[in-house]
Design a protein around this ligand. Structure first.
Ligand code: DP6
Length: 330
């Protein structure tokens, strides 16, 4: 009753922003992402009749009460499917720079779902895993798959049709994704709180919903036809729109800081001199830059020398869930 799985984090190309059901983690809109090859979580789950409660060790430290409760909620769903009542020890190691604002919840809940279901002897397909991971953190449902992924929002009230599907594998189209870490602190409004406040109070949220289906369609067309420029343009447009909704929230908030804007301007400058690079930003100040692999060195060199930039991690599309034998885990 023991298994180890690894899942890689993902960045949203077209954002998930707002829930229609907060208990089941059902989104207001569909979203698209790329799974990255550099940031991941490795999780081992071992169930035992000897335990009376779940135990969660995160990065070699006992997790706090809230973190344990979030893990137990997902384990309960998996226990229910398996019909087994055993409690488990979860040992999770994040290879994601969380302090720098990169989300580890996506890779974390994807790895947890895969390891726990395997440890209880379940042979779940990727749609089933995706539906379960979604209930730990919405974006986690996309990290079940590698490459380019769509989370279809679904229509059903029970969430049965709300899960992620792969559009292209990580071997089908190579892109460079530069994760640019800035010299500033952590975000002040979590994505969970931010999307709720925006949905509940921003007059701009209806504009977000009115155009999101078209954004998804445009981005999918660009991915299918490997049209980098078209993809880059819609990715930027969609990021601007998401961040614009937060300015209309009550109380208003923004995830950008001055360093974020410095990097945006640098990317715009690069395009003006003929280098195709595009940015996106999630619920924090850091910027992710997309470019063609042939340009990655130039883009890196241009950004790394900016005083506001603390570091850059160069990523490419990465794989989906990987199961590890107990001898090969880190
Ligand atoms: C801005 O998946 O972290 O990164 O479902 O509440 O856990 P919860 O939220 P989360 O939100 C991610 C928001 C985003 C956009 C995205 O990844 O699509």
């Amino acid at each position: 009753m023991k298994a180890t799985a690894r899942a890689y984090t993902n960045i949203a190309l077209i954002k998930y922003w707002g829930k229609r059901d907060e208990v089941l983690f059902l989104p207001m809109n569909s979203s698209l992402s790329i799974t990255l090859d550099k940031f991941y979580t490795t999780t081992t789950v071992e169930f035992c009749s000897c335990l009376s409660t779940d135990v969660f060790v995160l990065n070699n430290k006992l997790a706090n009460e809230q973190e344990l409760a979030n893990v137990t909620r997902v384990l309960d769903l998996i226990r229910e499917i398996s019909g087994k009542e055993y409690r488990g020890i979860v040992n999770s190691v994040n290879h994601v720079p969380t302090a720098a604002g990169f989300a580890s919840s996506a890779s974390g809940f994807a790895a947890l779902t895969a390891a726990a279901s395997k440890a209880l002897g379940l042979e779940l397909n990727s749609s089933e895993l995706s539906r379960l991971a979604r209930q730990g953190s919405g974006s986690a449902c996309r990290s079940i798959h590698g490459g380019f992924v769509e989370w279809q929002k679904g229509e059903n009230e029970d969430g049965s049709d709300s899960f992620a599907k792969q559009i292209l594998s990580n071997h089908d189209w190579d892109l460079s994704i530069l994760s640019v870490q800035l010299n500033y602190g952590a975000k002040v409004v979590s994505s969970r709180e931010g999307m709720k406040r925006t949905r509940d109070s921003s007059p701009f949220y209806s504009g977000w919903l009115a155009t999101i289906e078209q954004d998804i369609k445009t981005a999918k067309e660009a991915i299918q036809s490997r049209d980098f420029e078209k993809l880059g343009q819609i990715v930027e447009t969609n990021a601007f729109k998401m961040h614009a909704t937060t300015l209309g929230a009550d109380p208003p908030f923004m995830y950008w800081n001055s360093a974020t804007y410095d990097v945006i301007q640098e990317i715009q400058y690069l395009r003006s001199v003929g280098i195709q690079a595009y940015f996106t930003i999630d619920a924090g100040p850091n910027v992710k830059v997309l470019c063609d692999p042939k340009d990655e060195k130039d883009v890196y060199e241009q950004l790394i020398h900016m005083p506001v930039v603390q570091g850059i991690k160069l990523c490419h599309p990465g794989p989906g869930i990987t199961y590890l034998s107990n001898s090969s885990r880190e």
